[in-house]
Write a protein that binds this ligand. Structure first.
Ligand SMILES: Nc1ncnc2c1ncn2[C@@H]1O[C@H](COP(=O)(O)OP(=O)(O)OP(=O)(O)O)[C@@H](O)[C@H]1O
Ligand SMILES: [Mg+2]
Length: 267
């Protein structure tokens, strides 16, 4: 690692970031057909911060998210999660970091059709060895926090798009994950339902969880602490839509749920 890069690495860890990408480059394929999906991207998320990523199609948003979540590795640069450099972990340790600490929410929901809402949410805990009873209790608690306490026994086919997305968010949060990564979670939803999902993601920052959401929703600035725009694989801008909007300490305790944060359950 170059000196400049290691200095930047130290800086990003010293600043107490939950996740930090340092000088990340990601290419696909070989020269001359090489595609540069990300080009020297520096990106951080602080505990309790909600960051929105925006940018045109092909600008690298999904690539950034999959690298931040340890699903793919950078071609160059490094990714640090809670003080650990992901590329230095064994495959087993990396899988454990992903499973225990990072939740993913995708536009297509990725719910298992044969499982009820509660079983879908409980599945990551059960895979992790938590007993079925405790896992289901936790799943029901989270479903309640996303306004679906009475829908735990429903199968995905019997839920609306917005409800399925809320189940997917509950599953992304189960087990007290520290980072939630959501790729266009509002893409398939009408704008009002999409606003509810953004509100819910914002509420997921309670207690210090970091949230990264890729979205085309121009209203996201109303929810995010910071908006990062990408263009051609590079960070084009990074700004706080509302500089007085604090995160972290301001959301120091409480459970997840728009109900707590906004005074009402999101529909
Ligand atoms: N597995 C892959 N193989 C080859 N090229 C890829 C692969 N994944 C992404 N790319 C390319 O990398 C670039 C960035 O893709 P990415 O999916 O990150 O964009 P995006 O900003 O998420 O776009 P969208 O808004 O359409 O989802 C694109 O040019 C894409 O074609
Ligand atoms: Mg994408």
């Amino acid at each position: 690692m170059s000196t400049a890069l290691s200095q930047r690495t130290e800086y990003s860890q010293a600043a107490g970031h939950l996740i930090s990408l340092v000088g990340v480059r990601r290419t696909y394929g070989e020269v001359p057909r090489e595609v540069v999906a990300l080009d020297h991207v520096d990106f951080q998320v602080a505990p309790g911060e909600m960051v929105a990523i925006m940018g045109p199609s092909g600008s690298g948003k999904s690539t950034l998210l999959t690298i931040a979540g340890g699903l793919e590795s950078p071609t160059q640069g490094s990714v640090h999660f809670a003080g650990k450099q992901l590329e230095q972990l064994s495959a087993k340790d990396l899988a454990e970091v992903r499973r225990r600490h990072i939740g993913f929410v995708f536009q297509g929901f990725n719910l298992l059709d044969g499982l009820t809402a509660a079983e879908n949410v409980a599945a990551p805990l059960e895979i992790d060895g938590v007993g079925i009873g405790a896992a289901r209790d936790e799943a029901n608690r989270l479903l309640t926090s996303v306004g679906l306490g009475d829908r735990g026994d429903a199968f995905p086919d019997d839920l609306s798009g917005g409800e399925r997305q809320r189940v997917a968010i509950a599953r992304g949060l189960v087990g007290e994950r520290r980072l939630l990564l959501a790729d266009e979670p509002t893409g398939a939803l009408d704008s009002q339902t999409g606003q509810g999902v953004l509100d819910l993601l914002r509420s997921a920052c309670v207690g210090g969880r970091g949230v990264v959401v890729v979205t085309h929703d121009p209203n996201v600035a109303a929810w995010a602490h910071r908006v990062v725009t990408l263009r051609d694989g590079r960070v084009e801008s990074s700004y706080r839509p509302n500089p007085t909007d604090q995160f972290g300490a301001a959301y120091s305790s409480g459970s997840v749920g728009a109900a707590e944060h906004n005074g009402g359950v999101v529909r």
